[in-house]
Design a binder for this molecule. Structure first.
Ligand SMILES: *Cc1c(COP(=O)(O)O)cnc(C)c1O
Length: 427
């Protein structure tokens, strides 16, 4: 089959001879769109159609595509040293990036461990938390506490702390370790329940894990900063480490550089990935506070962190992450997020009056239209492509997480496409 031929609408993903697609029932899913190039907020397909991108490639491309500063950094590093092992050897792009990350993260989050994906950054965060207690001689704390609606990655340990539905606990229940699941304490009754749970079980629990302010893949569900303060206090009281998964929320998405700044707290461990390299290279970081790191310093070799992905701290990825941080310094990204927030609030609001719309909500550069249900998200995705926009509904939501550099008229194209598609009642 020619990959450049425009696929007929009857063609299915199953007719791809070798590719296995993510989160996809290959037998029934439609044949995917084929991207050939990108620029700013535009994706060009193999049939020359241009789409305005509402998702920024799974929330990564915060500066838009092909930013010249990021491309220059990549090319320069590619000519010098595309990769070098990180075992027993360091390099300037990683050293500089670790220093810059610890500088821009409020608090004493000073010790940076690089990996190559958000899931693995969270695995490392969990491993650090579990070993923190072991290194201090506290042997009972072997469980992780996470929250309903959470998503922390697709690896098996992360599946065990995702929302039971997202983590497919029913399918993999025999394999997944049993963890502790709680509701995000949005009311004082919830908070009391969580406290009771901790009073009973806290000596089993190594860490509490949450995506601050926005649960992303769980359905773009928001909660108040005040809740994070309560969680911080509970963790302190019960000797539990607080891990924040800012893989999605990090780097400006919620209006501040990191979501936790809005709660005036400091987590013990944080995980970053998605927008870390501005959407160009796979890279992730797990950053621990001073008091956590100190428990790994010992004359006992078993107290060391035994982890080291082959491609950790890849120099190309680190160089482009440094360039991405340059852009956050030089260009008004957080102001752009504010403008996007205002425009999303104004332009998505009319959707509230449409049939089947349950909620419209906006935080930073995240706009959500929640519906009663979506029966056929592939059909909606196709309707959006016909309107020259790339929007990929999931669960019961249609959402926008555009590049922070998106132009006003491009964002309006996205919001009016949502209104138009919902108005023609394609659900
Ligand atoms: C995407 C995501 C992950 C997983 O990151 P990958 O790079 O896909 O492994 C973990 N946590 C959150 C909050 C995410 O949004």
């Amino acid at each position: 089959m020619s990959f450049t031929a425009p696929p007929s609408s009857r063609l299915k993903a199953a007719s791809l001879p070798h590719l296995w697609l993510p989160y996809c029932q290959m037998k029934t899913a439609p044949y995917p769109a084929e991207a050939v190039s990108t620029k700013d907020s535009t994706i060009t397909l193999s049939n020359s159609q241009k789409l305005i991108d509402g998702i920024a490639s799974w929330w990564t491309a915060c500066h838009g595509y092909n930013h010249p500063h990021l491309q220059a950094a990549l090319i320069e590093q590619a000519q010098k040293m595309p990769h070098i092992m990180f075992g027993g050897m360091i390099h300037e792009p990683a050293a500089r990036l670790s220093e810059r990350l610890s500088q821009i993260l409020p608090g004493d989050l000073n010790h940076v461990f690089f990996t190559d994906s958000g899931s693995v950054a969270m695995e490392v965060a969990a491993k650090i938390a579990l070993q923190f207690h072991l290194n201090r001689g506290e042997k009972t704390r072997s469980k992780l506490l996470s929250f309903r609606g959470g998503y922390h990655g697709d690896t098996l340990m992360m599946m065990s702390i995702c929302d039971p539905e997202e983590g497919m606990h029913s399918l993999f229940g025999q394999t997944l370790p049993k963890q502790v699941l709680a509701d995000i304490p949005k009311t004082s009754a919830d908070l009391k329940n969580l406290r009771m749970l901790l009073e009973k079980d806290s000596t089993q629990i190594a860490a509490m894990i949450i995506e601050p302010l926005v649960q992303g893949a769980g359905g773009m569900i928001f909660h108040d900063a005040e809740i994070l303060k309560n969680l911080r206090n509970l963790c302190d009281e019960f000797g539990i480490l607080l891990i924040l998964d800012e893989v999605f929320t990090g780097f400006g998405r919620t209006g501040t550089m990191f979501a936790y700044e809005q709660a005036n707290i400091v987590p013990d461990i944080i995980a970053l990935s998605k927008a870390l390299t501005g959407g160009t290279m796979p890279l992730a970081a797990t950053i621990a506070r001073e008091h956590v790191y100190q428990t790994f310093l010992s004359d006992n070799p078993n107290h060391a962190l035994m982890h080291g992905p082959t491609f950790m701290a890849n120099p190309l990825a680190c160089a482009v992450a440094n360039a991405s941080l340059d852009l956050f310094e030089k260009e008004p990204r957080l102001q752009q997020v504010q403008h996007i927030e205002k425009q999303l609030l104004k332009e998505l609001e009319p959707c509230r009056a449409l049939p089947h719309v349950k909620d419209v909500r906006v935080k930073g550069a995240i706009g959500v239209v929640e519906l009663d249900a979506i029966k056929d998200s592939a059909r909606l995705n196709k309707a959006f492509i016909e309107k020259n926009v790339w929007i990929r509904p999931f669960r019961n939501i249609i959402y926008l997480t555009p590049a922070f550099t998106i132009k006003t008229d491009e964002l309006s194209m996205l919001t009016s496409a949502i209104y138009d598609v919902l108005e023609t009642n394609l659900l």
